[in-house]
Write a protein that binds this ligand. Structure first.
Ligand code: GLN
Length: 260
């Protein structure tokens, strides 16, 4: 929507401009209250990763395309460990999270989400050519398993610990899945639990294999503060625009084309 439409929108919905602007971090001191800062956690290919020092990935392209359809301007990207993204959002360091973040009840108590933009299951990675070939979660019993801290993959391992299938001392957590997969390659752990599209990307580039899939039907959403209704609405309408105009499909082909 252009500036005129936005003003009309604000008028017709009765929202006061001051209220809609209050939620923006406005970092950088540009004085443009419609400026937003995005946060992500690289090391989760192909959603977000560093290439030649540059932040790239599906989430990066998608959020930029979505914001371009709104009255907001994306000022910059800030990088965090995944588990620090929600605290960064609630403390106004960033205004939106684009990090393949699964929409779930626990997170929904602290933040809000855009409409879903991607669906994924969990999966288990093992070393290629190794003698450990689990086919279900209970096979992880007695083995060292890794996951990135604060993820739904880590939640899967915690459930196994809670129900007595796995020992807590066999669970290693990492600040990034890249470190977890390196530990897997080095033989320090035997399996990594992580989102299937990311596991497949690691498997294409490194000597690791997807042993099996855990159907979880997760949906990723952009995270926003609970009081940022205008940004939430703008992102949702931008998201439907990029789905309708073919941009979304182009980005899926660009980042997942080689696998599908
Ligand atoms: N989708 C998973 C989650 O939300 C993993 C996200 C990530 O590691 N970037 O927990």
């Amino acid at each position: 929507m252009d500036g005129t439409n936005r003003r009309t929108f604000l008028k017709t919905t009765g929202a006061a401009a001051t209220v809609s602007l209050a939620g923006c971090a406005g970092l950088g001191g540009g004085g443009d209250e419609m400026t937003i800062v995005a946060g992500t956690a690289p090391g989760f290919p192909p959603f977000e990763m560093k290439e030649g020092g540059e932040l790239v990935g599906f989430d990066v392209d998608l959020l930029e395309a979505v914001v371009a359809e709104t009255d907001y301007t994306l000022e910059t990207w800030s990088e965090f460990e995944f588990s620090s993204l929600i605290p960064a959002l609630t403390s106004d360091k960033i205004d939106v999270i684009a990090a393949a973040m699964t929409i779930n009840d626990e997170r929904d108590q602290t933040i809000d989400f855009s409409n879903p933009y991607y669906s994924a299951d969990q999966s288990v990675l093992v070393r290629e050519g190794g003698d450990f070939s689990p086919s279900e979660l209970s096979d992880l019993s007695g083995h060292k398993v890794g996951a990135q801290e604060g993820t739904t993959g880590a939640d899967q391992v915690k459930k196994l610990i809670e129900d007595g299938t796995m020992e807590e001392s066999n669970f290693n957590t990492y600040g990034s899945y890249v470190l977890a997969v390196e530990d897997l390659q080095n033989g320090n752990i035997d399996a990594v639990v992580l989102d299937k599209p990311v596991a497949e990307t690691f498997a294409a580039d490194r000597p690791v294999n997807v042993a099996f899939v855990v159907t979880t039907n997760e949906n990723y959403g952009f995270g926003i503060r609970t009081d940022d209704d205008d940004l939430q609405q703008a992102l949702n309408s931008g998201l439907s625009t990029v789905k309708e105009n073919g941009t979304y499909e182009d980005l899926v082909n660009k980042w997942f084309g080689a696998q599908n």
